[in-house]
Design a protein around this ligand. Structure first.
Ligand code: ADP
Length: 268
């Protein structure tokens, strides 16, 4: 059934999905330059609720900049972005601060490096956003954080400091911190690329479970086996454009574009 606000509050593990496949996010013609380096040259993207979109492509192709634009960490030069129920932001005109904040709050990002506050315990890291930014009562934030930590197998670490955790555990806390904000959309920017190889699996497993539970996500990753498992749609980017997009079975086994083929040959 439909998860309402009350349902979500009592079950912090439930993603904010609706039973239909309504479009959650639409991006049209997103352009971004840094100086005279044109990094995004008109990106279109549509993400349906409950869908997992995976961005692949060579380093420097603009994948991270796409994610950061969706999350308001970069401001596109042109193009439009809209989340269901929110305003249309048109970046060819001046976008209000209010509009940007409204957009930013719809998603939460998991970074390559976890970005945990080193002077705060695991629990404090997780409740910081809900309590300080979202004004959730502390007792409720703590209860939800504990449930989320339990969910990723880290309940017993709640009072530890980040330095005492393994890289994989730190990254799982990073994921919990994003979940605690109850965003409509989770953004993952190469969440395992900074990890020792033996720690990659435990983090991918958590992301896979969240995908199976119906969380909507956009994931940048070089883990193509994982991409193939979780993605509903794969976008191959190169040189600031989406060269090719489609179902993982098509992109990975019979790419239409020569550039996609060459990339896959190199990485697989
Ligand atoms: P990817 O995630 O595919 O590796 P990025 O989006 O990180 O690609 O980067 C695309 C291009 O944009 C690169 O050439 C990178 O150097 C450049 N770039 C990214 N962020 C900035 C920035 N803040 N300032 C200047 N150049 C940037």
């Amino acid at each position: 059934g439909r998860a309402d606000a009350a349902g979500r509050a009592s079950d912090p593990l439930a993603p904010a999905t609706t039973p239909d496949d309504a479009v959650l996010l639409t991006a049209r013609g997103i352009r971004k330059s840094f100086g005279d380096n044109e990094v995004l040259r008109s990106i279109d993207l549509e993400v349906r609720r409950g869908e997992v979109v995976v961005l692949i492509g060579p380093s420097g192709s603009g994948k991270t900049t796409v994610l950061r634009s969706l999350n308001g960490l970069e401001t596109p030069d042109r193009g439009t972005l809209s989340f269901a129920g929110g305003p249309d932001l048109d970046f060819s005109t001046r976008v209000s601060k209010q509009g940007r904040v409204a957009m930013r709050d719809r998603s939460a990002m998991v970074f390559q490096q976890h970005n945990l506050f080193p002077h705060m315990t695991v629990l404090e890291n997780v409740i910081e956003g809900p309590v300080r930014v979202q004004r959730v009562p502390r007792a409720r934030a703590v209860a939800e954080a504990e449930a989320l930590l339990e969910r990723v197998g880290l309940a017993e670490k709640r009072d530890e400091y980040p330095f005492s955790l393994s890289g994989g555990q730190q990254q799982r806390v990073g994921i919990v911190r994003a979940l605690a904000l109850k965003p409509d959309l989770l953004l993952f920017d190469e969440p395992t690329s900074a990890l020792d190889p033996e720690l990659v699996g435990e983090v991918l497993k958590v992301i896979k479970e969240l995908a199976d539970e119906g969380w909507t996500m956009v994931v940048v990753t070089h883990e193509l086996g994982f991409a193939r498992q979780v993605a509903d749609e794969v976008l191959f980017m190169d040189g600031g454009v989406v060269v090719e997009r489609g179902a993982p079975k098509d992109i990975f086994t019979k790419p239409a574009e020569e550039r996609t083929r060459r990339f896959l040959d190199r990485i697989l």
